[in-house]
Write a protein that binds this ligand. Structure first.
Ligand code: ADP
Ligand code: MG
Length: 267
């Protein structure tokens, strides 16, 4: 047996955005965002549509640069090291920092088993059959899906329900042993029961991976996160963070009246 996913191999990492600004062409969409996302905690990014939450998340794993017109300034530090430093490779950042999207996107025709392993190519790591079996079971278990799919691992991922597909995507992200998992509204396409299952999974996962989640659901932010950052883009201005702090403080004793209004559903 290898040490692939044994507890001692788990190293919790912090992520930090320092003075992050972003543009699409001449349009500035984020202005000097500073945010520490602590190791082993869940950070929630909240705020109205269009305030730059997804853009910030995509900057955190170097997906922003896939858009030809996109540019950025600032630093993103993974355990203190800038993922944009010239010597850092793109594949390294993508492996260390996984992403789960709003719409579940497993490879529909690929088996559940192969879907979990699909990201391994990124790591360049060769795994034997036994090792793969162990990894598939471990990742599906962590994603809360193992018991539902253990007898049909060879069936296509596209045959699962929406909530199951999202948990399969979480399992696929975990297979490369990321240090950070970014989730962009992972439950907004799901029913309440599936949403609960994902929230339970998030609670379990933060023991081994730092999580950043964008959500429009304020109850969800309050339930799952330890730290919360409220983004806002006012009157054509670029998005920025109005307030950040412990989730309890942001929800129960916000300092800014705009935060109070937002977390209480007033805009
Ligand atoms: P949020 O996730 O908070 O809803 P986004 O990060 O998606 O906000 O968008 C922030 C701003 O950037 C918006 O004004 C949006 O129109 C713009 N934007 C997002 N993606 C692109 C893109 N690929 N090209 C041009 N503008 C974009
Ligand atoms: Mg978004």
């Amino acid at each position: 047996m290898t040490a692939l996913l044994e507890p001692e191999t788990v190293q919790l990492a912090s992520l930090e955005g320092r003075s992050v600004s972003a543009w699409f062409g001449d349009h500035k969409v984020l202005d000097r965002v500073d945010l520490v996302m602590p190791a082993g905690q869940v950070t929630a990014l909240i705020g109205p549509s269009g305030c730059g939450k997804s853009t910030f998340l995509r900057i955190l794993n170097r997906m922003h640069e896939l858009v030809p017109s996109a540019s950025l300034a600032g630093e993103v530090l993974l355990d203190g090291e800038d993922i944009y430093a010239p010597q850092r490779r793109l594949t390294e950042a993508r492996r260390d920092i996984g992403m789960v999207f709003q719409k579940p996107n497993p490879f529909p025709a690929m088996s559940i088993y192969d879907n979990v392993l699909a990201g391994l190519k990124l790591t360049g790591r060769k795994a034997g059959r036994d090792e793969k079996d162990v990894l598939v079971e471990s990742c599906l278990s962590k994603a809360g899906l193992w018991n539902e799919v253990r007898t049909r691992l060879r069936q296509p991922g596209g045959g699962l329900s929406g909530g199951q597909q999202q948990r399969l995507c979480i399992a696929r992200s975990l297979a490369v042993q990321p240090k950070v998992l970014l989730m962009d509204e992972p439950c907004s396409a799901l029913d309440p029961t599936s949403t609960r299952r994902i929230e339970e999974t998030i609670h379990e996962l933060k023991r081994e991976v730092t999580i950043v989640i964008v959500t429009h659901n304020m109850q969800q932010a309050a339930r799952v996160s330890d730290v919360c950052a409220f983004f806002l883009a006012e009157q054509g201005q670029p998005g920025h963070i109005v307030e950040q702090g412990s989730t309890q403080q942001v929800f129960e004793a916000p300092e800014d009246p705009r935060t109070f209004d937002y977390v209480n559903g007033r805009f």
